[in-house]
Design a protein around this ligand. Structure first.
Ligand SMILES: C[S@@+](CC[C@H](N)C(=O)[O-])C[C@H]1O[C@@H](n2cnc3c(N)ncnc32)[C@H](O)[C@@H]1O
Length: 351
């Protein structure tokens, strides 16, 4: 077994700089990092307030490791606030290749000041200038929430619109932060999984390996697993590791429509690969003539094509509750963290 194989599909507890030493050069297809932003956030095992230069020196160490372990065909993604990304980019420009600065529009609650941060950045670098795996992606047309009409005016070009939606640009406005506490783990800055779905569909294939050195409660790993990829996650905090492992047990590689991997969110598909459209279109009812797309959305031919997701809610009393959606919704699986036993009861879930 090659050295990388024994780390695949694991969330490993420890300091990422130590754990990186175990990972061979050029061995993973994509690296993604969402580090602590040095904002004094309340993590369980990490003090999020280093001196300015101390923070940057530390970042440069793990960024170098990300580049080292990424394959020559692979991509490197760094998520942070624009302030820190300017330093990351200056550093990375020396030994990787800039591809895009993705702006993720993720507004926070109004704080009563102008120019309040309303977007995060995701730096997208290639390890080598040529030969990187990158796929074209599409997302659904943006529509008025009340009437469902297209927001953008395509003028006389409506009959040339793509039935699913436009190509994804470098500004992402359709992915919201996790707002509801019931969807969130005991983690101060968990990312939405479909943000990672989009990056993984952009840069990897089925069976590829994705590594996240700041795994938190396992967002990247869950996305990778449900999209048929392998994952490696590093995380300092034991409790976050435990939550991730429990959540991952409930995830299946089922984010698929026919043969194509897609990202589902709230009963819709929100990212597809452009190249998959020919195989995917048979699963949709498409308005005819196509210019009617201005008023009507395409719809899945059958709602049962949407995978049944199990939603895990971590509770402070040492239980992880697994909510099974749809037909299985009258069962709760309780996992006792002390005994690690899983029991299935027939209680009804009150959501
Ligand atoms: C911004 S959070 C990542 C959240 C993650 N993307 C998610 O969606 O759950 C950063 C994480 O890095 C972890 N961390 C901090 N220092 C670390 C280190 N040296 N090695 C590994 N993990 C570390 C923190 O415990 C925290 O969970």
């Amino acid at each position: 077994m090659s050295k990388i194989e024994k780390y695949k599909n694991q969330i490993i507890q420890g300091d990422c700089l130590e754990l990186f030493k175990e990972i061979p050069d050029n061995s993973v297809d994509m690296t993604f990092a969402d580090p602590p932003f040095n904002l004094k956030k309340k993590y369980t095992s990490y003090t999020d307030s280093l001196e300015f230069q101390e923070y940057l020196n530390w970042c440069e160490q793990w960024i170098s490791e990300m580049v080292r372990v990424t394959k020559p065909t692979g991509s490197i993604f760094l998520h942070n606030m624009p302030k820190w990304l300017t330093y990351y980019a200056t550093f990375l420009n020396k030994f990787a290749h800039f591809k895009h600065w993705i702006s993720w529009d993720a507004p926070t609650a109004p704080m009563g000041k102008s120019l309040q941060p309303a977007h995060y950045g995701i730096l997208f670098y290639r390890k080598k200038e040529k030969g990187t795996k990158i796929y074209e992606l599409r997302h659904p047309h943006k529509r008025d929430r009340k009437q469902g009409f297209l927001l953008k005016d395509y003028g006389g070009k409506k009959d040339k619109l793509h039935p699913f939606g436009p190509l994804v640009s470098d500004v992402w406005t359709d992915i919201h932060r996790i707002k509801h506490n019931k969807k969130r783990d005991l983690h101060p800055c968990q990312l939405p999984i479909h943000l990672l779905d989009r990056l993984i569909l952009l840069s990897t294939d089925e069976g590829d390996t994705v590594l996240d050195p700041f795994s938190g409660t396992g967002t990247t790993a869950i996305s990778a697993k449900r999209l048929g990829r392998n994952y490696i996650g590093f995380e300092l905090d034991r409790e976050y590791v435990e939550i991730s492992r429990k959540k991952l047990e409930a995830v299946e590689p089922n984010f698929k429509l026919g043969e194509s991997w897609v990202s589902f969110y709230l009963n819709e598909i929100i990212t597809i690969r452009d190249a998959d459209w020919e195989k995917l279109k048979k699963y949709f009812i498409i308005p005819k003539p196509i210019k009617l797309i201005e008023f009507e959305k395409i719809k899945l031919i059958d709602k049962d094509l949407i995978p049944k997701e199990k939603e895990i809610i971590y509770e402070a009393n040492n239980l992880c509750k697994v909510k099974m959606s749809k037909s299985n919704s009258n069962k709760i699986t309780s996992i006792n963290k002390q005994t690690d036993k899983i029991s299935l009861t027939k209680e009804k879930i009150v959501i």
